[in-house]
Design a protein around this ligand. Structure first.
Ligand code: ZN
Length: 205
C-alpha cells in the first residue's frame, strides 16, 4: 500500500504511532524502533505493509519504503509540505469514510510543489477541498454583518468572507479571489495576498 504520513507520535523510547492517509483510508499503526529502519518523517510518502497484531487493536507498520519527492532535499519546500500535510490529521482523524479525494489532493500537490510557489499549490488545493466538502463560500456576504461584500474580501479561518472594515485583516481583491474559486487558480493574487491566505490556512482546514 501507499500513503502519506500525516502524523507521528513518539511513544516509549523510539517507537512511533504513525497515522497514514492512504487511498481511501486513514491508518493508525505502530512502528517498533529498529536501527536498520530508514528514517520516516511527517509528510513522507511511503510504501508499506500492515501486520495485524493479536495483542493490540492497532496493527504494526512494516516493510516501509520511502518514496522520495524530487524536491525532498529542499529544506524550505519540505518544511512547508510538512506544515500543509500536518493539517490533514486534525481535519480527518475522526472521519469514517474518506474515499480517494484527500489522497489525490496530496498526490497532485506533491507533484506541483516545486513547480510554482508551494503556498499557491496549497491554497489552490485547499479551495478544491472546501468545494468538495460543500464549504466554499462563493457568495460574498460578510460572515459578521451579513451584508454583501463589494470590494476587497478579508478571509477568516475556513476562508469565511468578511468586510475589511469588519475584521481588519488584509483584504484580498475580489477578481483574484473569484478566479481562485472558479478556476482553482491563484494567478491573479499577489504574493502578499498568498501569504495572507497561507496564514489563514495554517489555522486549520
Ligand atoms: Zn461585514
Amino acid at each position: 500500500m501507499q500513503g502519506y504520513i500525516i502524523n507521528l507520535n513518539k511513544v516509549k523510547e523510539e517507537d512511533l504511532i504513525v497515522t497514514i492517509l492512504s487511498d481511501g483510508n486513514l491508518e493508525t499503526l505502530y512502528r517498533f524502533y529498529g536501527a536498520r529502519h530508514g528514517t520516516i518523517n511527517l509528510g513522507f510518502k511511503i510504501d508499506y505493509e500492515i501486520e495485524p497484531s493479536a495483542k493490540s487493536t492497532i496493527g504494526r507498520l512494516k516493510d516501509v519504503v520511502h518514496i522520495g519527492y524530487k524536491w525532498i532535499n529542499d529544506y524550505k519546500l519540505l518544511k512547508l509540505w510538512q506544515d500543509f500535510t500536518g493539517l490533514f490529521y486534525k481535519h480527518l482523524k475522526d472521519a469514517e469514510e474518506l474515499g480517494s479525494f484527500y489522497f489525490e489532493i496530496l498526490e497532485n500537490a506533491s507533484t506541483e510543489w516545486n513547480k510554482q510557489n508551494p503556498k499557491r499549490v496549497a491554497i489552490e488545493s485547499y479551495v478544491k477541498l472546501l468545494e468538495h466538502e460543500g464549504r466554499l463560500h462563493k457568495e460574498l456576504y460578510c460572515f459578521l454583518c451579513s451584508k454583501k461584500i463589494t470590494g476587497d474580501v478579508s478571509l477568516l479561518r475556513a476562508f469565511l468572507p468578511t468586510h475589511y472594515n469588519c475584521t481588519y485583516t488584509l483584504g484580498i481583491h475580489q477578481e483574484g479571489l473569484i478566479e481562485l474559486y472558479e478556476n482553482k487558480s491563484s494567478l491573479f493574487l499577489s504574493d502578499k495576498e498568498i501569504d495572507r491566505l497561507w496564514s489563514v490556512l495554517m489555522e486549520g482546514l
